[in-house]
Structure formats: structure tokens, C-alpha cells
Design a protein around this ligand. Structure first.
Ligand code: AMP
Length: 474
């Protein structure tokens, strides 16, 4: 199956060719013809499956083949995303795939100045990518007109609900033309009852498209656990990066403070490292990501806010410096590597406090992660486990979620006078935990299970051997 058979225009095929894509991914194969027919879609797909191109390509084509004769360029397509990072990435995709078409697009999200966004909107755009909070700020200031929307996309709808955006979404929907006059596309990694309710309200006789869940644990990601004492984790990490010559590694910590501290410590070890999390300004977050992508910075230390939405081509290594409190976050974290068929490696440094978290992850994955003790870093058996703090001020996950939702509700119910300059903070929220119920492992297309196991055990042995050498230096 090639892109040529899907009915896409030559301009889009050219852009696809320039991206180096040879064939559509399963979701693209299924969804592109249906969107081109103008039908509503409920798509079950995670990031990493190629879903962005899956909805962006036919969206561009539909706008292109039905140009409107209106010199004022009304906004014709709206793509809503839960996070700023995802909004920026989707907007990049829209520009990339639409580069040979005469369509204009822009992106709006919080945490940056609103005036340049107002100016861009004023000049006229066909496609708008937005996070809900900032979009409502514009709507309140009457700097955006959504009354001519022909296509609405809700991307990562489950994530938006998890982040407490349901009230904002309802408000946005009220600003659009009636739902039977527009095409509606909803993408979600999970189909909870809340998602189904939202879909019932939003979609007209949708086609249900599903691709294999959680490709993120696909077998092209090699996972390994290195047991190590908490106080020696940083030393081991620096050693691994240096001795294995990792050029680009994404490291996850549980807290923002922990991310800052680790990035500083790694810098002291002579490694170029920076941190990305919800307390950083949007400018700092964008800069950190682009320096990491370009190779200027070798180690990006992130909290879970970066676990979704971040799309780094061919990211080879993800390290769980600390295991996440919620097992599903492990799946999202490691899913930043092994994307679109590339190989990747996910390493977890696990101390005695985290054994229960590891068990929960393995239970979710229905798989035991290979365990390799690095010589010279053997855990001290006399160290007793200590409880792990769940969240700042000891709040647990349920409280954290409640907190996020009530914050969003309070903000959405605030009657802001139009014309004010108040901007939303809700899309700055540190990501709360998504609830994913199904994790299935999908065999890779190119290798048999025994080949993969063989490769993995070779790799683990190679790594252990390298460390053996490395640890003699100590
Ligand atoms: P997404 O799931 O939309 O976040 O896409 C994940 C990654 O797959 C991105 O880096 C895309 O550039 C890449 N991608 C999308 N479509 C294809 C394709 N047909 N072939 C290869 N890579 C693709």
C-alpha cells in the first residue's frame, strides 16, 4: 500500500516524499480515505502511530479542493490539543505537509505573549491549532472567530479530559457552527465512558478506527532495569552516558525540583544537560527542546509533562531515573523512543524504594523487564526501603486530579469581561496521570520473537561487559 493509492493530491504527495515516508502507517491507511469522504471519525490511536499526518493530510486536502471566495480568510479548521508542546508539534506538521498548498495556519497556546497571536489571527488563517485555555482567552477578547469552522479535530481527547478541560471544550464547542454542519474528528488513546459521552455529543455517525494500542511497548523498544542505590543513581547515569557514548538521551525524574537538580549535577559531570518541566517558561521549554533535538544538548531531563506530545525523531535512549508513581506513565515515557518503526532503548534505574512501582509496571505490561546489575553499582542489601512521596505536599494522584479539575472549573466559570488581557494558566498544568486500561504487545513486523530475544540478550551482555570495563576505572 502506498500513499498514491489513498487519493491525496500531488502537492501533498510531494510533501510526504520530502519527509521520506515510503508508505502509510496503519492508522493513516485506514483513516485518510474516510476523512477525505467527509465522514466523522472516532480514532483510537496513540502518539507514535503517525496519527497527526493521518488527520492533517486529508484535512489539508479537503480545504484545498473547496477553496472559498472570501478575502477575509475565515478559520476553516480547528485542531485542539491538550498541551502546548503537542500544539506546537501539530502546527509544525500542518506547515510541513501543507508547504506546497496555498493555505495559512497558525498556533496559539498559553505562556507566551498574546499580541503576536492576535496579529497573526488578524491577518487571516485557514487552520488554527490551539490549546483550549488560550483559545478561550482569544474568544473572550473577540480576537478569534470560530463561526466558520468546517473541520474540528480533538487530538488526545482522553488527555484533555484528564487535564480537566471538559468545561473549556464545551465552551469552545458552543462557539462553533452546529455539529451536523461540520466534520468532526476525535482521537484518543483510550475509550473511557467520559470519552464515549463526549463522542456521542460531538460526532455524527462516526467511523470507528482503531489501531493497535500502546505501540509504545512494541518490541522494538528494548527495556532493561538496573538495580542501584538511590544515592548512586546520578553517578551511574553519568557513567552510562559517557562510557556507552549516548549522544541523545531523555531522562525522566518524578519532580520538577529533581529535574533541575539532576540537570545541574550532570553539567558538573561535564555533560551538556538541561531540564524541561511545567515551571519553566514556554520560551525556556521551547529552547530546551530545540537544543536537544539539534544535538546541542546531550541530556534532556524531563518530568512527565514531556512524556506525551514530545516527538523527537529517532530518539535512541530513554532513562527512567526515577520510576513514575503511575504505571501508565512508564508506557508514555518509553514511548518517546522506538517511534514510527525505529529502534530504541529504555533503561530504568531502580532503587529499593521503587520495587513496588516496578512490580506495578510489570503487571501492567504483563511482562517482566530484564534485570541487570551493573558491576561496581551493586545495591547495598542493608538499605531499607523508604516510602516515596506521591506528590508535592504528599497529595496523592486522585487529589492531584481533583485539584486540576477544580482549578479548570473555577477558571472556566469566571466571567471575564471581553476586552480584558487576562490569559489562561490552565494549559500550563503539569500533566496529571492518564488512565489507560489496555496494554497489548504487538510483534514487530520484521523480526521473530526469538530473534528479538536473542538480540536483547546480546545487547544486555554487551552492556554488562562494557560496564565491567568501565567499573574497573573506579
Ligand atoms: P505521531 O503519531 O503523529 O506523533 O507521529 C510519530 C512520528 O512518525 C513522527 O515523527 C512522524 O514524523 C512519523 N511519521 C508519520 N507518518 C509516517 C510514515 N508514513 N512513515 C514514517 N514515519 C512517519
Amino acid at each position: 500500500m502506498s500513499f498514491e493509492t489513498l487519493g491525496l493530491s500531488v502537492e501533498l504527495l510531494r510533501a510526504i516524499g520530502e519527509q521520506g515516508y515510503n508508505q502509510p502507517t496503519p492508522i493513516q491507511h485506514k483513516v485518510i480515505p474516510i476523512i477525505l469522504e467527509g465522514k466523522d471519525v472516532m480514532g483510537g490511536a496513540q502518539t507514535g502511530t503517525g496519527k497527526t499526518a493521518g488527520f492533517t493530510l486529508p484535512l489539508l486536502q479537503r480545504l484545498f479542493v473547496t477553496p472559498i471566495k472570501n478575502s477575509r480568510r475565515p478559520i476553516r479548521a480547528l485542531i485542539l490539543t491538550p498541551t502546548r508542546e503537542l500544539a506546537a508539534q501539530v502546527a509544525d506538521s500542518v506547515k510541513t505537509y501543507g508547504r506546497h498548498l496555498p493555505l495559512q495556519s497558525t498556533v496559539i497556546f498559553g505562556g507566551v505573549k498574546i499580541n503576536p497571536q492576535i496579529e497573526k489571527l488578524r491577518r487571516g488563517v485557514d487552520i488554527l491549532v490551539a490549546t483550549p485555555g488560550r483559545l478561550l482567552d482569544h474568544a473572550n477578547q473577540k480576537t478569534v472567530d470560530l463561526s466558520k469552522i468546517e473541520i474540528l479535530v480533538l487530538d488526545e481527547a482522553d488527555r484533555m479530559l484528564d487535564m480537566g478541560f471538559i468545561h473549556d471544550i464545551r465552551k469552545v464547542l458552543a462557539l462553533l457552527p452546529k455539529n451536523n454542519t461540520r466534520q468532526n474528528l476525535l482521537f484518543s488513546a483510550t475509550f473511557s465512558n467520559e470519552i464515549k459521552q463526549l463522542a456521542d455529543r460531538l460526532l455524527n455517525h462516526p467511523e470507528l478506527i482503531e489501531v493497535e494500542r500502546c505501540k509504545t511497548t512494541a518490541e522494538q523498544i528494548e527495556q532493561v532495569v538496573h538495580p542501584v542505590d538511590k544515592r548512586r543513581k546520578r553517578e551511574l547515569l553519568s557513567h552510562m552516558i559517557g562510557s556507552l557514548n549516548w549522544r541523545q538521551v531523555l531522562v525522566f525524574t518524578r519532580t520538577k525540583h529533581g529535574a533541575n537538580r539532576l540537570a545541574q549535577q550532570l553539567q558538573k559531570d561535564g555533560l551538556s544537560a538541561t531540564a524541561i518541566h511545567g515551571n519553566k517558561s514556554q520560551g525556556a521549554r521551547t529552547r530546551a527542546l530545540s537544543e536537544f533535538k539539534s544535538g546541542k544538548v546531550r541530556v534532556l531531563v524531563a518530568t512527565d509533562i514531556a512524556a506525551r506530545g514530545l516527538d523527537i525523531d529517532q530518539l535512541p535512549h530513554v532513562v527512567n531515573y526515577e520510576l513514575p508513581n503511575v504505571p501508565e506513565d512508564y508506557v508514555h515515557r518509553i514511548g518517546r523512543t522506538g517511534r514510527a518503526g525505529n529502534e530504541g532503548e529504555a533503561v530504568s534505574l531502580v532503587c529499593v524504594d521503587e520495587h513496588k512501582l516496578l512490580r506495578d509496571i510489570e503487571q501492567l505490561l504483563k511482562q517482566k523487564i530484564p534485570n541487570v546489575i551493573i558491576e561496581g553499582y551493586e545495591p547495598d542489601p542493608s538499605i531499607q526501603p523508604e516510602p516515596i512521596k506521591q506528590w508535592r505536599n504528599g497529595k496523592d494522584h486522585a487529589q492531584r486530579r481533583k485539584h486540576t479539575e477544580s482549578r479548570s472549573r473555577n477558571r472556566s466559570s469566571t466571567n471575564r469581561p471581553s476586552g480584558t488581557r487576562q490569559t489562561s494558566k490552565s494549559d500550563q498544568t503539569e500533566s496529571p496521570k492518564p488512565v489507560h486500561k489496555h496494554v497489548r504487545r504487538k510483534p514487530s513486523n520484521t523480526q521473530t520473537k526469538s530473534q528479538r530475544q536473542h538480540r536483547r540478550s546480546n545487547r544486555v551482555q554487551e552492556q554488562a561487559a562494557l560496564f565491567k570495563g568501565g567499573s574497573q576505572d573506579k
